[in-house]
Write a protein that binds this ligand. Structure first.
Ligand code: DC
Length: 221
């Protein structure tokens, strides 16, 4: 039944601005918003805390499947603890990219993602929204930006959150994660067939949101 509910899929590499753009598009349309990167980060945080090796596929998948995160007014609670900021740490992001390469982890997180498809519509951001989770999404956007622009954005994001950060280290980590996300065999981070590619390197947030909304309104006719 949920198949009839509209989905806008926004995929793209790390720090491409997917979260900001997806949230603003969702707000503009009165749609729900799903941050699937947060699910992989939550899995990574759970594994790191429990001392589960990040290459122990069965144990990582088990941890992923057992999570019951609560998304409430922009905060994320896991087992009653507010982990909104903790999952944004770069160390957690790097660990997330490792557990995300494990097929059993991806499978364990599928139901949670599909259950977010609720009326009046959903804007979902991630890597495989358009290809695997919501292949029938009405609009598919692949949002990207140059590595330099993304490293600068991530740097600012971390500093704003009170983390220490080093631009050179971030750029190196980002390129390494890009490679891992793009080259993995399951759900690689590449534009899905039918996805519209949007390079936001030279665009403001408003311009990027307007472009997506224009595509959305065009897709409705
Ligand atoms: O978007 P992000 O940086 O919060 O994502 C964290 C990691 O999770 C990223 O390295 C790739 C992975 N991820 C994924 O494989 N599939 C998704 N749908 C979302 C994120």
């Amino acid at each position: 039944m949920t198949q009839t509910i509209d989905v806008i899929a926004i995929d793209g590499p790390t720090a491409s601005g997917k979260g900001t753009i997806a949230q603003r598009v969702a707000r503009a349309l009165g749609f729900h918003y799903l941050d699937t990167g947060a699910l992989y980060r939550l899995t990574a945080l759970t594994c790191l805390k429990a001392g589960i090796a990040l290459d122990d596929e069965a144990a990582c998948a088990c941890a992923a499947g057992a999570m019951e995160p609560v998304f409430d007014m922009g905060r994320i609670l896991l087992a009653g603890e507010d982990v909104t900021d903790a999952i944004r740490a770069e160390e957690v992001g790097v660990a997330a990219s490792r557990v995300a390469a494990l097929p059993a982890v991806r499978a364990a997180l599928t139901a949670l993602q599909k259950a977010s498809r609720r009326a009046p519509g959903l804007v979902a951001d991630g890597r495989d929204m358009a290809s695997v989770i919501f292949p029938d999404a009405k609009l598919k956007v692949f949002l990207t930006a140059s590595a330099e622009a993304r490293a600068n954005r991530r740097f600012k994001q971390l500093i704003d959150k009170g983390f220490s950060a080093n631009l050179a280290d971030l750029t190196r980590d980002l390129l390494e994660r890009d490679r891992r996300d793009r080259e993995r065999t399951v759900s690689p981070c590449v534009p899905a067939p039918g996805a519209l590619v949007l390079d936001s390197s030279e665009l403001t947030v408003e311009e990027t949101v307007d472009r997506v909304l224009a595509w959305w309104h065009a897709s409705e006719h």
